[in-house]
Design a protein around this ligand. Structure first.
Ligand code: SAH
Length: 391
């Protein structure tokens, strides 16, 4: 509150790109033990807290009855500070697809999407608030980058949704979250160290981590070649997805502006080295945009580039984004594109796009709070209103 007599207005919310408080998911088990010891607690409390968080999916100190009541709150405050606050939840497909808009500690907003299928549960996570890659057909790219997420902010999106799945909220899907795709907001390889740490946390067995299979994690990139090469050296067997969208540099320079720096051939070379090293098939993502990249000759060129490689093509019908002048390709055009790729011997699928109705599909995450009252959003960063085009 202002002191009596001062006429000073409240300071305007400042845009700050600060990382959140430290959370146990930022640390490996040894780091957590050290942190707990610094709090004057016994080292084994780190494993107890970790079991609650990663294994029981519990965050409420009241549930942690194996920890003395006096220490619980203090440990939870210090090791499990609240990182994500749900601002809005939406669902579609009879509840099988859910999108949550989260507010971070500094007011930044990100979204993640949970998708239940008969045989698996997948979460699509954000790795950055906003994105600096500026792909013109993607809603996230229009607002620019606010900041990188911390390791724990990434992990916590998954752990929250693991709790949602475990509660049985996804009808017709398993109760265990099994797959993670880094296909939400942001360019994961531009937040490299934190994303790799997040992968390690998600795949370490409990209580160190969530115990997911590396093979069930997909990291999607615009094609940051040095980072793909670094990933190749990590000896992780995650799936690499490359957002190609055009087989020729002229068009890709426009659709994926980072192509001006690393060309199609260099990106694919790095992808083939990743495939050779890991034995994992690379996923080539290709949004089908009417009269832009869907020509038969482009299918043939793409087929030529990929034939005989450890790759498959995932075509994504373009999802509408506000202000975009582009449309999805008509189905017959899409079918012909698929036919030509398959004729070239390239395994090709068309993505079953989930979540369009809630702007939760690929490229639609803009962390818009247009339906959240301005009041609740005061003090948040510019992403709050910058997500949508309005021309
Ligand atoms: N920055 C990373 C992670 C985002 S993944 C990357 O680009 O790979 C999101 C995927 O959806 C990417 O393949 C992206 O190119 C694609 N995409 C973006 N906007 C889209 C849209 N409007 N319709 C369909 N796919 C889109």
């Amino acid at each position: 509150m202002l002191a009596r007599g001062t006429a000073e207005p409240a300071a305007p919310a400042r845009r700050r790109a600060s990382l959140p408080p430290r959370h146990l998911a930022d640390l490996d088990l040894a780091g957590r033990k050290a942190a707990v010891a610094e709090l004057g607690e016994r080292g084994f409390r780190a494993a107890q807290l970790s079991t609650h968080y990663f294994d029981r999916l519990a965050r409420d100190p009241a549930q942690m009855t194996d920890i003395p009541a006096a220490a619980r709150e203090r440990l939870v405050d210090a090791m499990m500070p609240r990182l994500l606050t749900p601002v809005r939840e939406m669902s579609t497909d009879d509840g099988a697809t859910r999108k949550t808009l989260w507010r971070l500690h500094d007011g930044s907003l990100v979204e993640s999407v949970l998708m239940g299928y008969p045989d698996r549960v997948t979460v699509c996570v954000s790795s950055q608030a906003g994105c600096g890659m500026a792909c013109p057909f993607c809603a996230t790219g229009q607002a620019g980058l606010t900041r990188n997420l911390s390791t724990a902010e990434i992990v916590d999106q998954v752990v929250w949704f693991a709790g949602t799945a475990a509660s049985g909220a996804l009808t017709g899907a398993p109760a265990r979250l099994s797959h993670v795709v880094f296909m939400g907001m942001g360019e994961p390889l531009a937040n490299y160290p934190r994303v790799i740490e997040a992968v390690r946390r998600l795949t370490a067995p409990p209580p160190e981590g969530l115990g997911l299979s590396q093979r069930h994690i997909t990291v999607s990139t615009v094609g940051l070649v040095p980072a793909i090469r670094r990933l190749t050296e990590e000896d992780l067997s995650v799936t690499l997805a490359v957002s190609l969208h055009a087989p020729d540099d002229d068009l890709r320079d426009e659709l994926v502006p980072v192509n001006q720096r690393w060309k199609v051939a260099e990106v694919l070379d790095a992808a083939w080295d990743y495939a050779a090293r890991t034995g994992r098939r690379v996923s080539i993502e290709y949004a089908m945009i009417k009269n832009v990249n869907d020509h038969p000759w482009r299918a043939d060129l793409l087929g030529k580039l990929l034939a005989g490689r450890l790759a498959h093509v995932n075509l994504i019908p373009l999802n509408p984004t506000p202000g975009s002048r582009w449309d999805a390709s008509p189905k017959p055009v899409e079918r012909e594109f698929v036919r030509r790729l398959r004729a070239a011997g390239v395994p090709t699928t068309v993505r079953d796009t989930r979540g369009r109705e809630i702007d939760g599909a690929c490229g639609q995450l803009a962390a818009s709070t247009s339906t959240v009252s301005a009041k609740t959003e005061r003090g948040s960063t510019a992403v709050a209103n910058g997500g949508w085009h309005s021309e």
